[in-house]
Design a protein around this ligand. Sequence first.
Ligand code: NDP
Length: 339
Amino acid sequence: TVVFRKTPSEYPVAGEHLDVETRELVTDLKENEVLTRNLFLSADPYLRGRMRPSPSYIPGYVIGSPLDSYGVAEVVSSKNPAYPVGTIIYGTVRWEEYSVISADRISSFEILPKARELASRIPLSNYVGVAGMPGQTAYSSLKAVAKPKAGETIYISAASGAVGQLVGQLAKLQGLRVVGSAGSDAKVEYLLKELKFDAAFNYKNGSVLESLREAAPEGIDIYYDNVGAEHLEAALEVLNKYGRVVACGQIADYNTKTPYGVKNLMYIVAKSLRVEGFLVTDYTRERKDFLNEISQSILNGDIIYKEDITDGLDKAPEALIGIFHGKNFGKAVIKIADL
Ligand code: NDP
């Protein structure tokens, strides 16, 4: 079990803030409960927000209790006829090898498609990435907030990550000029060569503003913000009149005591920009359409998706913390067991 040990004030540290411990497995089930063998977990940036004592848009972790996140699990024992043994479920899974899921929680889980349905042909790990919450974030925010038009230019920060790599490919499919930034040369090469971005740069190699100006000499129409801070400041500078900012995340500020403090917000007025926040949890109604469309695109080969899979729960704290140091190359997934 991965346990939340202590509230971090800056970057969390494995062994200090998050720890792995052995707990006894309880297997006697009450009416309508199920026992799951957990297979895949999602390591996401928003989990850092759950390590704060102050209230957020999602409940915080409790000191001494297991972490949880989106995950995929197999029902291995059941007292619930709706979830028989062998059912594969997707939902909020605790960071442990086996879990008892109570009668009131089990209904929040989605039963994954059965054999022969289109979506059953994609890998199970995809359900915490491209076919899960990060994928839906990219899909729904692009449609509902960015509202892109062919020919426009979009700039995506953290572009090789779980959300960014899908935003970029969907935007390309819709005829946009796509510019991305990432924190290593290998990631930039992936954006250019594999995902066919029109331009990309390593933001660690110089000023974000200068690199963005060079990559988008005619300005940008949409900024897809995963990072905030210097990236948002540079984008505000380079955005064209009536441009839009999809405020998806601000990872640069998640582990600092003092937020960066973007200094040129006046551009929102001066260029008539639209800056709009987005939370994927507001879009659960679109889940079915999204899953069908994305499975089709994966199976067609229109969309590719890089996953960074860490094997074993004992390495899960490092995998999660690694996200905040840019160690993940693609969607960070923790694999606990094979099906
Ligand atoms: P990623 O897979 O992109 O992982 C995070 C990446 O962010 C790292 O790999 C790193 O890439 C980059 N990064 C980390 N720290 C910094 C920093 N200080 N400055 C610049 N870049 C940094 O994560 P996701 O795709 O899952 O999430 C991307 C963003 O989307 C996050 O801000 C997240 O909170 C947000 N989000 C929002 C949702 C919503 O509903 N609003 C839902 C899901 C995600 P690199 O090496 O390129 O620096």
